[in-house]
Structures are given as structure tokens and as C-alpha cells.
Design a protein around this ligand. Structure first.
Ligand code: 13P
Ligand code: SF4
Length: 340
């Protein structure tokens, strides 16, 4: 039996980004563009970071995407320097896949509750206690945890990879997200032993408040990231990774959507579908408190100013122990080679 590795409210940083004047914003954008050009660096951003950082990534020839595509894009790009705007596991993944490149992040303090909730030594003991199981870990983990795995998956490909392993008769040890693990186990029928971590953002979407909201917007489609709880997932018209949510928003016929994922994705959703309406799924049911209120405090650390300063001062470089990196590369490579 695994103990509960969910974070307590006091363990979640409070992060309140500065509201910038138009003048300051433009000055920061100019400084960042100059630095990227001087360093021959490409900016790779996740959909949950500040909209200005997302726009800069696209305007300067980089990309904005989900965690799977960020990994692939960084590996395949010929820039000598990758700037990863996201959380630490994303920068580490980029470095593992491209050890010859220099990888920087606006701040190395950008963590993830799933990564924090899976300490490598305890996870190693868990694997040792269950040697008959194929170890599948979510990308939201440290390099050391990845180095212990047979497979790494993201929410884009987790279901398909577990289906494939189950068809081969393999029993699975899954970490760290208990909600995503339970969702995949339920969909595939695979024998999965689950670690007990959670995402502080997605775990807070509330089933009852969502049901109330659906009564107000009866024609709205419901889009849910699978790090949410089973009761919220059950209410979804589409469940999937950030990219899969974007795809569903354009393919489903509804004009209005209630979206259960980090509010950073709304920047892209509204650009991609300007004639549709997107509403944040509720995080506070009766008597509930919210620690993240639908925005990841670590993703929020990727602000224009932090990015400009990191580029100018050369801070936030990601280093991985080469031995750990070599071992972590194997399950990551399996994921990237898996036919989509
Ligand atoms: P995606 O792989 O869907 O981009 O999700 C990453 C993540 O951290 C979700 O909380
Ligand atoms: Fe981790 Fe959740 Fe933040 Fe994604 S949103 S980086 S899973 S804490």
C-alpha cells in the first residue's frame, strides 16, 4: 500500500504575477527577442505559461505545445540552446533528449506537485517490492524517477501505451498521478498498481459545482484533462491532454465549452476558436478551499521579466547527471518511437 503523496496547502507556493504596463511589456519583449537571437536559442513554451511568453515563442520561431511535443520539438530542433518555459521536468526532459545542447529555464524553482510527490528513493523501493511489473511513469517526474522506468508516457499517449502493454499481458506499476492512472486502468482494463500522487490544479475541479454550472449552460460541451478526479472525468464530452482538448474544442459542434484544465490553455483556445466561448470549470464546491484556483503556481513563474533576466544573466541552466540521463533516455525514447 502506497502512502498518499498529495501536497498539503502549505506546500503549494503562492504566486501572484505582476500586471505589466503596455510600455514595460513591450520593453521586455524586445529584450527577450534580442537575447534569443544573440544566443541562437529557441523558445519552447507549454500552453499553461503566460500568454505573452506563448506569443513570443511563436513569433520567434519556437513552439507552444503539450509536454510530448515540447520534448520532440526540442530534440529535433537544430538550435544550440533551448529555452524551456514550463516546469522543471520539461527542461530536464529536453536536456536528457539533447545532452549536447544547453537547456535553460526562466526559473528552476518551477516544480510540479506530481514530481514533488514521487521521491526517487521511495519510488525505487516501491519498484523493488514489485519486480514482476512493467514500470510506467508519467513525464511529470524527475530524471531519477524516469531512470527507474521501462516507459515514460504523457497524457497524449498514456492510454495507447498501456493498452499496448496490457495486450502483451504485462502487469503495470504506474506513477505518480493516481487520477490519470485510475482513468487509464478503467479505460483499458489493465492490471495497474498505482502510486498516489496528484496534480494540485486538476484535483480541485469539483463535480457538484460542475454539475451546477452545466445547469446554467446546458448546451456547453465539457472538456477535461485526465489529471482530474474520476467524477469530473465522467462528466466530460472529451478527455485528453492539452493538445487533445484544443482539438476537441475545434471538432465538437458546441459553441460553448466548460474546460477543466489550467487556465493558461484559454489563451490558445480563444485564439484558435475566436467564435466559441470558453468557461473555466469551477474549483470551489460548497465549503471547499482552492490552493491553485485553476492556475499552476509553478507554470505562473514563467513571466516575461523572469525570462528576460534569466536570458541576460545566463541563469536557470538545467544539468543532468550523465549516467542518470543515459538511463532516463531509454524509456523516453520508447515513448517517442511509439507509433501515434
Ligand atoms: P500535457 O502533457 O497535456 O501538456 O500536460 C502536462 C501537464 O503538466 C498537465 O498538468
Ligand atoms: Fe504539475 Fe499540475 Fe502544474 Fe501540470 S498543472 S505542472 S501536473 S502541478
Amino acid at each position: 500500500m502506497v502512502r498518499d503523496y498529495s501536497l498539503k496547502p502549505a506546500e503549494v507556493p503562492l504566486f501572484d504575477p505582476e500586471v505589466l504596463t503596455a510600455k514595460k511589456r513591450e520593453a521586455l519583449r524586445t529584450r527577450i527577442k534580442r537575447q534569443l537571437a544573440e544566443k541562437n536559442a529557441v523558445l519552447i513554451a507549454h500552453y499553461y505559461v503566460d500568454g505573452d511568453v506563448q506569443d513570443l515563442a511563436e513569433e520567434t520561431g519556437g513552439c507552444v505545445s503539450d509536454s510530448l511535443e515540447m520534448a520532440r520539438y526540442g530534440r529535433d530542433h537544430d538550435a544550440e540552446t533551448l529555452i524551456v518555459a514550463g516546469v522543471r521536468f520539461m527542461g530536464e526532459t529536453a536536456k536528457i533528449l539533447s545532452p549536447e545542447k544547453r537547456v535553460f529555464m526562466p526559473t528552476l524553482e518551477a516544480e510540479c506537485s506530481l514530481d514533488i510527490g514521487c521521491p526517487p528513493d521511495e519510488f525505487e523501493a516501491f519498484c523493488r517490492d514489485n519486480p514482476d511489473r512493467t514500470v510506467v511513469v508519467y513525464a511529470n517526474t524527475s530524471a531519477r524517477v524516469k531512470a527507474l522506468a521501462d516507459w515514460v508516457v504523457t497524457s497524449s499517449v498514456g492510454l495507447a501505451i498501456v493498452e499496448h502493454l496490457d495486450a502483451r499481458g504485462e502487469k503495470i506499476l504506474w506513477a505518480p498521478d493516481k487520477h490519470l492512472g485510475a482513468y487509464i486502468a478503467e479505460k483499458t482494463g489493465a492490471d495497474m498498481l498505482l502510486w498516489s500522487g496528484a496534480c494540485i490544479v486538476h484535483e480541485e475541479f469539483k463535480f457538484q459545482a460542475l454539475a451546477d454550472m452545466q445547469r446554467i449552460y446546458p448546451d456547453a460541451g465539457v472538456l477535461v484533462h485526465p489529471e482530474s478526479s474520476a467524477r469530473v472525468i465522467e462528466m466530460a464530452d472529451a478527455v485528453g491532454s492539452t493538445t487533445q482538448i484544443l482539438k476537441a474544442a475545434s471538432e465538437l459542434p458546441n459553441d460553448t465549452f466548460i474546460v477543466a484544465t489550467d487556465r493558461g490553455l484559454f489563451h490558445k483556445l480563444r485564439r484558435a476558436e475566436p467564435n466559441k466561448t470558453f468557461i473555466e470549470a469551477p474549483t470551489a464546491g460548497d465549503g471547499a478551499t482552492c490552493r491553485s484556483c485553476a492556475h499552476c503556481p509553478w507554470m505562473a513563474m514563467n513571466e516575461l521579466e523572469t525570462l528576460a533576466l534569466a536570458l541576460e544573466n545566463g541563469t536557470g541552466e538545467v544539468f543532468i547527471d550523465p549516467e542518470i540521463g543515459k538511463r532516463a533516455m531509454v524509456p523516453l525514447q520508447r515513448m517517442l518511437d511509439f507509433p501515434r
